[in-house]
Design a protein around this ligand. Structure first.
Ligand SMILES: Nc1ncnc2c1ncn2[C@@H]1O[C@H](COP(=O)(O)OP(=O)(O)OP(=O)(O)O)[C@@H](O)[C@H]1O
Ligand SMILES: [Mg+2]
Length: 382
């Protein structure tokens, strides 16, 4: 039986107070729901919500327990949190979404790769390295490969490409995994929304076009320009993955389409994701509204997209450190259905994600030229 009444007054605590939390709060405003955030950066994007912002570390057991004990529902906007604390809070009958075991599995790239292998989900060949350095004999068996830190990686930090012995000095000196270097044709991503009932929804597949220097997405487009057979494959892998995750929540899955036509899962994130920011204006329901609905126990409608949607990250320019401004913002209106999202970060630094711009267009070709114009013309300086 469906519930007649959903209690919107329950207190929702979010571990992390970055831009993903801030956009979740934006989606929660029309529901009259105020979220609570925990972050140890006093200037974090969610510090704007002063009364609902707790300054403390989500990596610390006691701070997390302290933060969570008067909340009804707990969720995350970053995976690098103290899972023991969340487990304890779940024992105090707090509703924790996603499930703690699922977060634990995703937090560690070695566990994540084993999970993919055990569930027969295609992904690149790998080996787990618990020692801090790569023995040259082992490296010989794996060239060319990608070394990834087992924990705490983000935005390409904690990932190095090692093509041959010359690159071995670049290695991360930390427990890691080595993955075979994939010959990538395209990088793709999908967001999966799993309701508390288990009902699963897939957002459109998006295509990420990378800035290889910074290892960050340059722009992305949805729906992805790929053949129908790849769309089917990605959807079927995602549906299988959703079952294997055994948890409600919002998940983002990154894929590689290889030059030889294989679809491989790169990684899973147990939260809202950069690759689905376009859903805010591009879809009938955004990834954030979907996340909120999952937390509240509200059903999610069938997800649809309005034509083509694209997104450009606004990343701090090289050489500029300080209070940010958006160069050429006054020209953005010429791009029509274009939408600015700044994250309220007080300081720009080279490579820092400061915001993004979404653009909608019925024509994919026109959209791409708009995205390129934005990429070239609009920048974050100080
Ligand atoms: N096995 C691989 N073969 C080739 N390139 C790879 C491989 N693994 C990762 N990469 C490249 O490195 C990028 C970053 O890797 P990954 O997504 O694992 O790291 P991350 O830091 O967790 O990512 P994010 O930027 O999503 O936070 C990928 O998007 C891809 O471009
Ligand atoms: Mg990634």
């Amino acid at each position: 039986m469906t519930k007649k009444y959903i209690d919107l007054s329950r207190k929702i605590g979010v571990l992390g107070g970055g831009q993903l939390g801030r956009m979740l709060q934006e989606a929660a405003l029309p529901y009259g729901v105020d979220l609570f955030f925990l972050d140890n950066d006093i200037k974090a994007p969610c510090s704007l919500f002063k009364d609902n912002f707790t300054h403390g570390s989500y990596k610390d057991f006691n701070s997390t327990i302290q933060f969570g004990k008067d909340k009804d529902i707990l969720t995350i906007e970053i995976e690098h949190i103290n899972a023991d604390a969340l487990e304890q809070l779940a024992k105090y009958d707090k509703l924790v979404i996603p499930a703690v075991d699922t977060i634990r599995m995703i937090q560690n790239k070695a566990f994540q790769k084993k999970f993919l292998m055990e569930n027969d989900i295609p992904s690149s060949a790998f080996t787990v390295l618990d020692s801090k350095s790569i023995a040259p004999e082992l490296a010989n068996d794996w060239y060319p490969f990608v070394q990834k830190s087992q924990i705490d990686g983000y935005d390409g930090k904690g990932v190095v490409v090692i093509e041959s012995a010359i690159d071995l000095s670049q290695q991360l000196n930390t427990p890691s995994i080595l993955e075979k270097l994939v010959d990538i044709e395209k990088e793709l991503a999908i967001t999966i929304a799993i309701e508390q009932s288990g009902k699963t929804h897939l957002f459109p597949i998006c295509e990420m076009v990378f800035n290889h220097k910074l290892n960050l997405v340059d722009y992305l487009i949805a729906p992805a320009g790929i053949e129908e057979k790849y769309i089917k494959k990605i959807k079927s892998i995602s549906t299988k993955l959703a079952k294997a995750l055994k948890s409600p929540g919002l998940f983002s899955v990154e894929f590689f389409l290889t030059k030889s036509g294989a679809i491989l899962v790169n990684e899973i994130a147990p939260r809202a994701h950069n690759s689905a920011h376009y859903t805010i204006e591009g879809c009938n329901i955004s990834q954030y509204e979907a996340q909120l609905r999952i937390l509240l126990g509200l059903p999610i409608p069938e997800i649809t997209i309005k034509g083509y949607a694209g997104m450009v990250n606004l990343i701090g320019e090289e050489k500029f450190i300080g209070a940010p401004y958006v160069e050429n913002l006054q020209l953005l209106h010429e791009q029509g259905d274009a939408h600015l999202h700044l994250y309220g970060k007080k300081e720009t630094k080279p490579g820092r994600k400061m915001g993004h711009i979404t653009v909608l267009n019925a024509s994919r070709a026109k959209l791409i030229s708009q995205l390129k114009w934005i990429k070239e013309s609009i920048s974050i300086k100080s």
